[in-house]
Design a protein. Structure first.
Length: 188
């Protein structure tokens, strides 16, 4: 028999995971260049979320960058993280040259290079699609009163852990529901 009492902490966790699922829908349905969807998404929580925070801590030590450690603490203190990535190595077929190549054919022929955090070259329009998907997902979280913040450094760790193996760029959005947002007024 079910108890007539619902514990707030358990239900808030379930609500945050439900919000994360709706964020994936927002990222998926966000407008894409030429209607071609190269967006990849994932929800990370539990042990995997903590592994992400650990990797961020390792990067902080390797690079001697304190803000990686600060953001790792945010990940640890979050209930879940939504990862949104893009297959930036696919061209939009526009031939704009913003990628640094004469046209999309030259871009597609270019050898991929692993940078410090992500893979290059990246199609400008795929990067824009990623930004639109991120904004759409963050908007959904906000509409549901879920504290969130778009974080580059989470994506760096997720990329190194191969959490979205087809993505050339990944960005993370941690989720929390506390009395005050843990993502602002942070000490470096």
């Amino acid at each position: 028999m079910n108890s007539p009492i619902i514990e707030s902490k358990d239900e808030e966790r379930e609500a945050l995971l439900g919000a994360a699922k709706l964020m994936l829908v927002s990222a998926r349905t966000a407008p894409k260049t030429a209607g071609i969807d190269d967006i990849l998404t994932l929800i990370v929580y539990g042990k995997e979320k903590n592994a992400l925070a650990e990797k961020m801590g390792e990067i902080a030590e390797e690079r001697q960058i304190k803000v990686f450690r600060r953001d790792a603490k945010n990940v640890r203190d979050s209930e879940a993280v939504v990862l949104i990535g893009v297959r930036g190595n696919k061209s939009a077929g526009i031939n704009c040259g913003a990628c640094g190549y004469k046209n999309c054919k030259k871009f597609e022929e270019a050898k991929e290079k692993l940078g410090q955090d992500f893979v290059s070259p990246t199609c400008l329009f795929k990067a824009l699609d990623l930004g639109i998907a991120l904004g759409s997902a963050a908007k959904t979280a906000s509409m549901l009163n879920v504290d969130n913040r778009i974080m580059y450094r989470i994506g760096t760790a997720a990329f190194k852990l191969k959490m979205l193996p087809e993505a050339t760029v990944i960005i993370g959005i941690p989720l929390s529901a506390k009395g005050k947002s843990i993502y602002f007024d942070r000490a470096n």
